[in-house]
Design a binder for this molecule. Structure first.
Ligand SMILES: NC(=O)c1ccc[n+]([C@@H]2O[C@H](COP(=O)([O-])OP(=O)(O)OC[C@H]3O[C@@H](n4cnc5c(N)ncnc54)[C@H](O)[C@@H]3O)[C@@H](O)[C@H]2O)c1
Length: 265
């Protein structure tokens, strides 16, 4: 089944982790994929994986914080594939060693976070929307985080910028819904991409796992499959929404793991 047949999808941050997985999964569903990343070699690797599996992929080097670079990415997409129907604004994040609590957070890191998460989301959408309107509609998928929904002891900037991504998602959905352009966001919970897999101590990984209602942490594919759904026409009545894909991390009471011991038997 080709759920994305005839669609052209641009995915930023597709050189690694969740973005690479989304690019592969969208290609398997028939999309022609633009693999956009500032790491040229990583983008080329993802594109090679897709082409080796029989798909069509164009690697593009982009800095999502730079408007000229984003415009070039969209121009390359139109030149190669003659259309643009899906945009995943996936690049984001902050440095947890500099993005600390209110009194110790690095304000330069805050400015970088705004640029990498918020400015990038606005720029991607600004340059993609006119082509989506020309095509009769489209789907923008923004990557937020559960950090937009709950308070935390550190990463003050990260929560703030991801909440802004959720707000932007709703504005775009309202502004371009009449032209059949949908815009939704995903809030991943803990997902085992290369960065956390290589850097988080085992006890922190175990604590994250215990915090989920499900007995495991997320994989890049768990988010990639959700992106395929949002890219496809199966989600045609869904816009302006935040899909929380977190193994039940944010919906359960903090007392629930301890209260399991109170159950009889
Ligand atoms: N992994 C998680 O647990 C998790 C949870 C919630 C949200 N997220 C969000 O998912 C997104 C990416 O996460 P990931 O785990 O796939 O990360 P990742 O580090 O595996 O991939 C990020 C990619 O973005 C690219 N990139 C970085 N800066 C760029 C720039 N300026 N221009 C273009 N490309 C750039 C990198 O080269 C890399 O290939 C972020 O928005 C992050 O906040 C991740």
């Amino acid at each position: 089944m080709e759920r994305l047949k005839d669609k052209v999808a641009v995915i930023t941050g597709a050189g690694s982790g969740i973005g690479r997985s989304a690019a592969e999964l969208m290609s398997r569903q028939g999309a022609r994929v633009v693999v956009a990343d500032h790491n040229t070699q990583a983008a080329e690797e993802t594109a090679a994986i897709i082409e080796a599996a029989g798909g069509r992929a164009l690697p593009v080097t982009v800095d999502v914080t730079d408007e000229g670079s984003v415009a070039d990415m969209v121009a390359a997409t139109i030149s190669e594939f003659d259309g643009l129907h899906v945009l995943c604004n996936h690049v984001g994040g902050t440095n947890p060693r500099r993005d600390l609590d209110l009194l110790r957070m690095d304000m330069d890191e805050f400015d970088r976070a705004v640029s990498l998460n918020v400015r990038s989301t606005l720029l991607g959408a600004r340059h993609a929307v006119p082509h989506m309107i020309s095509a009769g509609g489209g789907s923008i998928i923004n990557t937020a985080s559960v950090a937009a929904l709950v308070g935390d002891v550190l990463q003050t900037s990260y929560g703030a910028v991801k909440a802004a991504v959720v707000s932007i998602t709703k504005s775009i959905a309202v502004q371009y819904g009449p032209q059949n352009v949908r815009c939704n966001a995903i809030a991943p919970g803990a997902v085992m991409t290369p960065a956390p897999e290589n850097n988080l101590p085992e006890d922190v990984v175990e604590a994250l796992r215990r915090g989920n209602a499900l007995p495991y942490l997320g994989s890049p594919e768990d988010i990639g499959h959700t992106m395929v759904f949002l890219a496809s026409d199966e989600s045609r009545y869904l816009t302006g929404q935040l899909l929380v894909v977190d193994g039940g991390m944010t919906m359960q009471s903090s007392a629930a793991p301890g209260r399991r011991a109170m159950l009889p038997g």
